[in-house]
Ligand binder design. Structure first.
Ligand code: GLC
Length: 769
């Protein structure tokens, strides 16, 4: 750690690795901020660096970077060790304190694009845009709507020397990425201190790897959570839940998870069950388990203000609820009407909350869905409006009176949709809401995760969160909230999920079929076809909307939906192995072309993506379309269905009838697949299929028991599959890298487009052409 002067402040420089550097500026020449909700610097080892100084500057050299901090005027410039400039302050404006906040300006140099920023609507590349970090319950996902539920103050600056910047600030903040001027971008925060990390690549994948090294990576999700999740607001009685479950099984449509939305509770009181609607809740969970279903229940943070309600009484007694500066408990309005909010910034509260899940866990619930945790607060007027519109007039979407006229108005609006600025948090109640707002959901989800791990040590939970901050991937999956059943929102999901993935969150998805409004046949088909390639695959829809199960749109739709859900189940071993890569390196499953084909001009093809290294997905996102243009990056590609070969490097037109989403396999693909099953664990998967295309490739196959934490003690297998070309023939190599678990595999069935070969699962190289 080193300290230098910068614009009348001190600047602390810390090396996390030779490629990750922290810049922490003092405020009025002292550092007070001693917390981070996502980075734990203590866990990192010392890094070797050299410090030189002359009249002009300080020079900090690591094995990868040369950081120059000029003295007069002050300016930070970062070079690689070959002397190429990677990033530079804009003039001496690297730290500027003005009014309520701090600005940090950087020069726009060779960056072709700015990507990431967490959960964002609109185009993939945010160059020229302004982006707000403030977790907001935003029910209208129009193209220019920003922000949504999550804040990740991180971006990937894409060029041949890609880097990332992560601003570890949970306060209200925003990015101006060349909106004001083409020459610079800046970060503004209302935080007390400027605290950010420079993260070098140079490849985009290395940036993500390094960023997630800093902020954390996911755990292996329970295998069942990779299946289909079926939800609606709400399956509000036992009969309805049983009926859905039985229909899935009767129709042999695979499904693993069923959801209980807010109506399973007693008057929206969290941690209760409405016994009129669910008189035999425990038995229902048991019965569903026998059918292979896991039940996921919603848990909102808001607690009903009700003097007879145990959780409220306990929390009140212990002083667990958020207070205003004056000491009064803050009361807002959410589903249960008058609502108080647990202060998840207190450790005791997190523990208490975590323990509340016990009864449900003991009764077989392994999935928790954390919603409204921005936290969302309707206001009294909003609450009664919502009641009237949804319960009396049966609206299918909320009206949208909120279109802001300008940036300032938007900021004002979003700040009113949550706890007031002057709410205080934390052990000593000195954290002001405005400074920590963006971490509220993260802390709630952490509490759920820790509570689960404490209660049920042997099982991995499935946790889903709407709100989040950088690092949310350590605790949960993320879905992007309340989209609409519109073609625009199908399209925007393709882009939003790419940016969220770049931001280090691999387990992501959107409501398949759309949430608000009635879905229609064609849209449902196209969305299911796309949803197969969402790492988190859930159908969900709002109150008052039409049914949205795979069979709700007639036979033709059901047939196509089933075919694609089957495909999803076949792909589970591929998906699971990709999660291993996400866990180890942070590399997401949904990959923008810039991650896989960085030497090409691929930025304009944001409407396609790679699912893992091999499958190119080109969704159809317009009504009535039966063909689409697809850009195939350089190299050879094979139509997923027919094996037809294409030379890449150009745009082709492909036929996309209603029952086909265009999919292509890269040359050298090795995609492990299973037999279809109704739910994960129904069948012992003794056959492992490898779908292989010509060329050379490599895939690291991962397997474990799919449910326990034993993999942390080495109980898993890694097999390297690779293909080689020798004398015009293709060979498949099988190489066991790690053996720690008894594999169910008895046969490997190689499927090239021409032939099938059956192999024993033994190490060796086998001729397959
Ligand atoms: C929020 C959620 C939605 C849920 C609804 C009722 O709008 O985003 O998924 O169904 O609340 O709980």
């Amino acid at each position: 750690m080193e300290v230098v002067e910068y614009n009348s402040e001190f600047l602390k420089i810390e090396f996390v690795t030779s490629k990750i550097v922290r810049f922490h500026f003092s405020k009025d020449r002292i550092w007070k901020k001693n917390y981070s909700f996502c980075v734990n610097l203590e866990k990192f080892e010392e890094v070797d660096y050299e410090h030189r100084e002359d009249n002009r500057a300080h020079y900090f050299l690591t094995s990868d970077l040369n950081i120059v901090i000029y003295k007069n005027p002050n300016r930070i410039q970062i070079y690689d060790r070959k002397g190429n400039l990677i990033n530079s302050d804009y003039r001496d404006l690297g730290y500027v304190k003005k009014g309520e906040g701090i600005y940090s300006y950087k020069e726009i140099g060779k960056e072709k694009a700015f990507l990431g920023f967490g959960e964002r609507i609109g185009s993939l590349n945010k160059k020229g845009k302004r982006i707000i970090n403030w977790n907001t319950d935003e029910p209208n996902h129009e193209f220019d709507r920003d922000p949504l539920y999550q804040s990740h103050p991180f971006f990937l600056a894409y060029s041949n020397l890609s880097y990332g910047l992560f601003y570890d600030s949970t306060a209200f903040s925003y990015f101006d990425m060349g909106f004001e001027s083409k020459n610079y971008y800046y970060f503004f925060t209302e935080d007390d201190e400027l605290d950010y990390y420079f993260i070098f690549g140079p490849s985009p994948k290395e940036v993500i790897e390094n960023y997630t090294y800093l902020t954390g990576r996911c755990y292996m999700p329970p295998l069942w959570s990779l299946g289909l999740h079926q939800s609606r607001w709400s399956y509000d009685s036992e009969d309805k839940v049983y009926k859905i479950a039985e229909l899935f099984r009767k129709k042999n449509i695979p499904c693993d998870a069923l959801y209980l939305d807010i109506d399973y509770m007693e008057g929206y009181r969290v941690f209760t069950v409405n016994r009129k609607r669910f008189p035999n809740f425990e038995k229902m969970i048991e019965d569903l388990k026998k059918l292979g279903f896991k039940v996921v229940i919603i848990i909102d943070p808001g607690i009903k203000m009700d003097k007879k309600y145990k959780i409220y009484i306990e929390g009140l007694k212990e002083g667990f609820f958020c207070k205003k500066k004056t000491g009064e408990i803050f009361v807002g309005y959410v589903w249960p009407r008058k609502t108080v909010f647990p202060d998840f910034f207190k450790e005791k509260v997190r523990k208490w909350w975590g323990e509340k899940h016990k009864w449900f866990i003991d009764n077989g619930i392994y999935g928790f869905w954390n919603d409204m945790n921005e936290p969302s607060n309707f206001s009294k007027f909003g609450y009664y409006m919502m009641k009237l519109l949804f319960h009396v007039f049966h609206f299918k979407e909320p009206p949208d009176p909120f279109k802001a006229k300008n940036f300032e108005e938007r900021v004002k609006q979003i700040k009113e949709k949550t706890l007031p600025q002057d709410v205080v948090h934390g052990e000593d109640e000195v954290l002001i809401h405005n400074k920590v707002h963006n971490a509220y959901g993260l802390m709630m989800t952490k509490s759920t995760f820790d509570g689960f791990r404490e209660t049920k040590k042997e099982v991995r939970p499935f946790i889903l969160s709407r709100a989040g901050f950088s690092g949310i991937q350590k605790y949960s999956a993320v879905w992007c909230g309340d989209n609409k059943s519109t073609w625009e929102n199908l399209y925007s999901s393709i882009v939003t999920l790419q940016n969220l993935s770049i931001s280090g969150v691999p387990f992501v998805g959107e409501d398949v079929g759309g949430f608000w409004r009635d879905c229609e046949k064609e849209l449902f088909i196209r969305w299911i076809q796309l949803g197969v390639f969402y790492p988190f695959f859930r159908i969900h829809t709002a109150k008052n909307t039409r049914d949205q199960e795979p069979w709700s749109f007639g036979e033709e739709v059901e047939k196509i939906a089933k075919e694609y859900i089957n495909l999803r189940y076949q792909l589970i071993p591929y998906i699971y192995s990709l999660f291993y890569e996400a866990k180890e390196k942070g590399i997401p499953l949904i990959r923008s072309f810039v991650l896989e084909f960085q030497d090409e001009e691929v930025l304009s093809h944001e409407d396609e993506f790679m699912f893992g290294p091999f499958i190119l997905v080109a969704p159809v996102f317009e009504r009535g379309k039966r063909e689409r243009e697809v850009y195939l990056p350089k190299g050879f590609w094979y139509d997923f269905y027919t094996g037809k070969r294409y030379r890449g490097g150009s745009i082709i037109k492909v036929f996309a009838p209603l029952n086909r989403i265009p999919l292509f396999l890269r040359e050298g693909s090795i995609v492990p697949m299973w037999d279809v099953q109704n739910y994960v664990g129904e069948k012992k998967q003794e056959n492992l299929y490898l779908k292989i295309t010509p060329g050379e490739g490599r895939f690291l196959y991962y397997e474990d028991d799919g449910i326990s934490w034993n993999y942390e003690n080495g109980e898993f297998n890694l097999i390297e599959f690779y293909t080689l070309m020798k004398d015009g023939n293709q060979y498949l190599g099988i190489k066991s890298i790690k053996k720690g678990y008894v594999s169910p595999i008895k046969k490997i069935i190689v499927k090239t487009f021409r032939n099938d070969f059956i192999l024993d699962p033994k190490d060796g190289e086998y001729l397959i052409s």
